[in-house]
Design a protein around this ligand. Structure first.
Ligand SMILES: Nc1ncnc2c1ncn2[C@@H]1O[C@H](COP(=O)(O)OP(=O)(O)O)[C@@H](O)[C@H]1O
Ligand SMILES: [Mg+2]
Length: 239
């Protein structure tokens, strides 16, 4: 249903389009709804890297959840390759999340009892019962490229925060997603590790053409990425 990685459906269809999206949370017990997104729009072309900044509580994570099909907007639409996510059934959405989207969060969420290499292969195993040689080779290659070549058989607990986050980034791109969503990926790191993660994300964007949408508080990371949008009063404003 979706074109394969690296094969855009048409040059004129953006990879991601957020079209006038609104979203409110309705607290239980009849309290008034909390309006978070109000007419947010954004268009991202395949291969772009964009940063989303904005104050805490402004709706940045809410927006990423809508893009990643983890939640639905009240109004408006999220389109990937011109296909509105609201038109997909549960099975298609699950497949979309598994094959087309990679997620990186502030916390690495690595499984503590699996080696770094096993952690990187978890998304592959979610789709089938075994990994093949090619994907394992890709995992080893990527881990080497991010400086974890000699750590891949260790447990995540033995790694530094920056190394764990590098492993989490490799896990997010193992299946060659078209779109990598990162929610404050450097928020828990020291400055040097944060710079490394920023460089890794932009390297992946350049080498693999993975499109990046990165929520960040870091001015440095936002500048590394290029196009910056700010979440302001529930709308996205390009800076
Ligand atoms: N599941 C939820 N239920 C109720 N309110 C929520 C929920 N998720 C987020 N919110 C509220 O929505 C607003 C935006 O949250 P969020 O998208 O996490 O902001 P950001 O990521 O920019 O810090 C906040 O006021 C937050 O408390
Ligand atoms: Mg957030």
């Amino acid at each position: 249903m979706f074109p394969a990685y690296g094969a855009p459906m048409s040059a004129s269809v953006p990879l991601l389009e957020i079209r006038r999206v609104t979203k409110a949370y309705r607290p239980p017990g009849g309290a008034p709804p909390i309006s978070v997104l109000r007419d947010a729009s954004l268009t991202v072309t395949a291969g772009e890297a964009i940063a989303i900044v904005g104050p805490s509580g402004s709706g940045k994570s809410t927006l990423l959840n809508l893009i990643g099909a983890l939640d639905q907007p009240d109004e408006g639409a999220v389109l990937i390759d011109g296909v509105a996510l609201s038109t997909l059934d549960e099975a298609a959405l699950a497949r979309f999340r598994r094959e087309r989207i990679g997620f990186v969060f502030q916390s690495h969420h690595l499984l503590p009892h699996c080696s770094v290499l096993e952690n990187v292969l978890v998304p592959v195993l979610a789709g089938k019962s075994a990994t093949d040689d090619a994907v394992e080779e890709r995992a080893r290659h990527l881990l080497q490229r991010v400086g974890l070549g000699d750590r891949m058989h260790q447990l995540p607990g033995r790694l530094s925060g920056g190394e764990r986050q590098r492993a989490a980034v490799v896990r997010a791109v193992i299946q060659k997603p078209a779109l990598l969503l990162a929610d404050e990926p450097t928020g828990a790191l020291d400055r040097a590790s944060a710079t490394e993660i920023g460089r890794l994300l932009t390297d992946l964007n350049g080498l693999e053409q993975v499109t990046l949408v990165v929520v960040t508080h870091s001015r440095e990371l936002a500048e590394q990425l290029g196009r910056v949008h700010e979440m302001r009063d529930g709308r996205l404003v390009q800076l």
